[in-house]
Design a protein around this ligand. Structure first.
Ligand code: ADP
Length: 167
């Protein structure tokens, strides 16, 4: 059984991520969305929240499961049988970093390949950080994130802005 592993922070999940997950699911037998937790990074949502939001959003995709990991991606994939990493590639900005990560993952686990799907044209500019930036100023992000998580994301990020403003 061919498995796609879609790793990322998903802090929070955007429609750009969902587009890649849906396209991976249409190619592979099963797709595992892997919420990565790097303890040196600051996140707005806990791993549990990010997993819950992704599960809510991908509930209609039967071959997709969502898990989280705080270990090296190459190690996690080694325990997943016939797995390939699937990543979205936006314009040139993602290329250098993604290329380096793909090579390093293969160095750590020679059986592990990375497959890149070109980001859809309409999501080229979209990232979790852009969504967070817009929300922090009270802007409308309805067309950038899944409807199912919209209220939760707006509430959390607007709250963060109010607290920062009071400090
Ligand atoms: P971000 O770069 O938004 O912080 P993540 O670390 O969660 O995102 O990214 C996980 C994966 O999703 C990466 O492979 C990234 O290239 C891809 N991705 C992120 N945003 C998009 C998008 N708008 N279109 C296609 N792929 C995307």
């Amino acid at each position: 059984m061919k498995t796609a592993i879609c790793p990322g922070s998903f802090d929070p999940v955007t429609l750009g991520h969902i587009d890649i997950i849906e396209r991976a699911a249409s190619i592979f037998d099963r797709t595992v969305v892997l919420v990565m937790q790097n303890n040196r990074k600051a996140y707005n949502f806990t791993p549990e929240e990010r997993v819950r939001m992704l599960r809510k959003t991908t509930a209609g995709l039967p071959s997709v499961t969502v898990e989280w990991a705080d270990r090296l991606l190459a190690e996690v994939c080694a325990g997943m049988g016939d797995a390939v990493i699937v990543k979205g590639l936006r314009a040139v900005s993602d290329f250098e970093m993604e290329f380096q990560m793909a090579l390093m993952n293969r160095k750590l686990n020679p059986a592990l390949d990375t497959l890149f799907l070109t980001a859809s044209e309409r999501f080229q500019y979209l990232s979790s950080s852009v969504v967070k930036e817009i929300c922090s100023y009270g802007g409308d992000v309805r067309e950038f994130i899944p409807e199912e998580i919209h209220d939760e994301v707006r509430l959390r990020l607007a709250g963060a802005n109010i607290e920062a403003g009071r400090a």
